[in-house]
Design a binder for this molecule. Structure first.
Ligand code: NIG
Ligand code: FE
Length: 426
């Protein structure tokens, strides 16, 4: 029987459905985009109602005068991007650190002289809730324009109970008031604040004994993350934080083995983390364990790019070893990019990922990395109608035409929320 629908996107030159088993994709599965040439999607009540070829769809659904019809001829239609790792909440910016980086100063050196994260912490502590909200709102607007429809957002620039809670409350408010869907992660253990300099265990006590119980009781975060790194949090300290988070219902995530091979990758597997990020220096054993446990490797190629590094994480090796890989922007004041399209380009040019793998990593695998794969990440019946239309005849154009914005239309929960004219700036 034909059914009435609200929106019909028809006749895409490529419709990337990303359909497949409800699990994070690995190895050859990461090549499967579920492409329908001349594909159409019907939307009803904010959800995907039917997916078929243009000829078939007319038999399945009824187009009424109330149905909005978008002709996607010559265009690529796909699920909205999911960005599973961002440091969305902070105040200020750090553009001047570019000069230090050009002089050859490393990330940890800049941090040790009070720059980096600690500088942003100073700015963030001074900012009120409205300022944090407004800054993040603008970033989310730009992300949406670039085709991202779901975002994970971390706290982590407060490093004191009050500002960490305020950051998470801003995320909650953004989720309620902004078009974007947000998923909150508590990252109180992001750096050691100056008042605990030389006393990292004292700070871990505060995170574990005060912040986590409060965040947990207020149900402000689904995930708990930690920056496990030399001169930041050791493997033991990170473990304490992640296990404490788990006790309060927060699933572990981790910044692991970014600069020094400390063993954060192995820790992710030990504590049952849903994902581990960065992984620049992960050991072979750590990578093998991730594959066995299904821990998602969230790779953030914008970060080595922003740090002017030649080395990137070994994506090819990870995929071939069976790790489900996702991509993220790692949006933060050191790596200011709102574009998942650019991450796809970096993944292909600098990490040896195929365009199809990078797209899987930016949609369905990214959704799995934040436990949202039941709702988003693919164009399948029953999922949220978060759909983007690209002014490009096929998916290869995404990495091929890097640095711009191919997204023309963004549909969020069935509503057209971005519509960029043909002639608009790209
Ligand atoms: O994931 N490495 C730790 N945290 C962030 C950077 C934060 C910052 O520099 O402000 C990251 O890259
Ligand atoms: Fe990060």
């Amino acid at each position: 029987m034909e059914e009435k629908i609200d929106l019909l996107i028809r006749n895409a030159s490529e419709l990337l459905t990303l359909k497949g088993e409800n699990k994070a994709r690995t190895q050859w599965e990461m090549n499967e985009l579920g492409i329908i040439k001349g594909g159409s999607v019907a939307v009803c009540d904010g959800k995907i109602h039917a997916v078929a070829t243009d000829e078939e769809i007319e038999w399945i659904v009824e187009v009424s005068t109330d149905t909005k019809v978008i002709d996607a001829k010559g265009k690529t239609v796909m699920p909205g991007f999911v960005d599973p790792h961002t440091h969305l909440i902070f105040s200020g910016s750090r553009e001047d650190e570019l000069h230090m980086k050009l002089e050859g100063k490393s990330y940890l050196e800049i941090l040790s002289i009070g720059g980096g994260i600690l500088r942003t912490v100073r700015d963030t502590r001074f900012a009120g809730e409205d300022k944090l909200f407004e800054t993040a709102q603008k970033v989310l607007d730009r992300m949406l324009n670039f085709g991202t429809t779901t975002v994970e957002a971390k706290s982590g620039y407060g490093l004191e109970t009050e500002t960490e809670i305020r950051s998470l409350e801003v995320i909650k408010r953004l989720n309620e008031e902004h078009t974007m869907d947000l998923v909150a992660t508590f990252l109180g253990a992001h750096a050691i604040p100056h008042e605990y300099e030389g006393n990292p265990d004292g700070y871990v006590n505060l995170v574990v004994g005060d912040m986590i119980p409060k965040v947990g009781e207020k149900k402000l975060a689904e995930f708990c993350d930690v920056f496990c790194e030399q001169d930041v949090f050791s493997v033991e300290q990170s473990k304490r934080v992640l296990l404490a988070g788990k006790e309060y219902g927060m699933t572990p995530k981790i910044h692991a083995d970014e600069i020094v091979r400390l063993g954060g990758t192995e820790l992710a597997c030990e504590v049952g983390a849903i994902s581990a990020s960065h992984l620049m220096e992960s050991s072979e054993i750590g990578i093998m364990e991730m594959a066995l446990k299904g821990v998602i490797g969230v790779l953030v190629p914008g970060t080595p790019f922003a740090l002017m590094q030649k080395e990137y994480p070994r994506a090819r090796y990870m995929i071939d070893s069976g790790v489900p890989v996702a991509l993220a922007t790692d949006f933060n004041p050191n790596c200011w990019t709102e574009s998942m399209q650019f991450m796809i380009a970096l993944a292909c040019y600098n990490m040896g990922m195929l365009p199809s793998e990078a797209i899987v990593a930016s949609t369905i695998n990214a959704a799995h990395a934040i436990n949202r794969a039941d709702e988003v990440g693919s164009i399948e019946v029953g999922k949220k109608a978060d759909i983007i239309i690209l002014d490009a005849p096929n998916h290869l154009h995404i990495p091929y035409r890097f640095g711009g914005n191919l997204v023309e239309t963004v549909v969020k929960g069935g509503e057209v929320v971005v519509e960029r004219a043909e002639s608009s700036e790209r």
